[in-house]
Design a protein around this ligand. Structure first.
Ligand code: NDP
Length: 291
């Protein structure tokens, strides 16, 4: 995968030739419309060009408003959304995609992801493949797919996902899955890259030492580590100063020994939902999201 530089920031080329900014802006847990719109607008003004939303976040409308208000040309932005599990299946996926476009007030998506590998995700993927071929989505990918689920998807589909978006941060690095993604030409896109602000990361001694050395914050060091690992990373914040801080990571570089120290922090500590947990799967499939 070839890296390029555009708008003074790195873009990464996906397996289908489409470029994605290496650093984007996540909007999970920002369900207040005004707060979300202001945060996304601030992010775009700061220089972020990639926004990561999902139908289940209930904020696609606010993201769409911020895009319009930003005045930045559509072609200069990279917008990702995700299909929720209750819309899995071929027909449901097609109509859910259209509802997402309508809420975002967009004509196409840059990337559309299956949110979880549950229910009829094979049927949903068929719909995504068709929408991709029609040009309504520039790149299609998945989230939270284990190696087993990726093998299942590969066996019955034409197009390989461009990314696998998974929980990944210094204390939960999923090295085997990272390796599998790489071998299969998929970019690893960590979610909760800062561990959702968890102090096991933000107050970690190793990270604090590295941060002090560069006169950077721990969050900046962690984001820099993700970028140097070759990941596409999507921190979230509603705090204007942190939105800027998290974007200010292109003026320093970690040495290999520092990268290794951070790799060694891994304690296999998952902070959120486990895709292999049958109870979580049942809960998701049974939930009544109105999207
Ligand atoms: P992060 O790991 O980026 O952490 C966000 C939290 O950390 C917020 O509480 C934020 O506080 C705080 N924070 C942000 N920047 C800093 C900083 N510089 N210093 C100290 N604290 C900071 O986030 P998320 O868990 O939201 O994950 C990122 C994105 O990944 C999501 O927004 C979403 O787009 C995606 N995601 C995808 C999932 C999937 O299943 N595909 C699941 C979960 C997330 P504050 O906002 O108050 O500033």
């Amino acid at each position: 995968m070839k890296d390029t530089n555009k708008d003074d920031q790195p873009w990464v080329t996906l397996n289908n030739g489409i470029a994605i900014p290496a650093l984007g802006f996540g909007v999970w847990q920002i369900d207040d419309e005004t707060i979300c719109e202001n945060a996304v607008l601030k992010a775009i003004q700061t220089g972020y060009r990639m926004i990561d939303t999902a139908s289940i976040y209930m904020n696609e409308k606010a993201v769409g408003m911020a895009i319009i208000k930003s005045g930045v040309a559509r072609g200069d932005l990279f917008i990702t959304s995700k299909l929720w599990v209750q819309d899995h299946g071929y027909e449901q996926a097609k109509s859910a995609f259209q509802r997402t476009l309508d809420r975002l007030q967009l004509e196409y998506l840059d990337m559309y992801l299956l949110h979880w590998p549950f229910g009829d995700f094979i049927g949903a993927w068929k719909a995504l493949e068709e929408l991709y071929k029609e040009g309504k989505i520039k790149a299609i990918g998945v989230c939270n797919f284990t190696i087993e689920k990726l093998e299942e998807l590969k066996a019955s589909s034409e197009i390989l996902p461009v990314v696998n978006q998974i929980e990944l941060h210094p204390i939960f690095q999923q090295k085997e899955l990272q390796m599998y993604n790489k071998e299969n030409n998929m970019i690893t896109e960590p979610w909760s890259p800062l561990g959702n602000g968890n102090n096991l990361i933000l107050k970690n001694e190793t990270l604090l030492d590295i941060a002090n050395k560069y006169n950077k914050t721990v969050a900046q060091v962690v984001l820099r580590w993700h970028l140097q690992e070759g990941f596409v990373v999507i921190p979230k914040s509603i705090t204007p100063s942190r939105i800027e801080e998290n974007f200010n990571v292109f003026d320093f570089e970690l040495y290999e020994n520092e990268m290794n120290s951070i790799r060694n922090i891994d304690t296999n500590t998952r902070l959120f939902f486990d895709p292999k947990d049958p109870e979580w799967e049942q809960k998701m499939l049974a939930s009544k999201a109105d999207i």
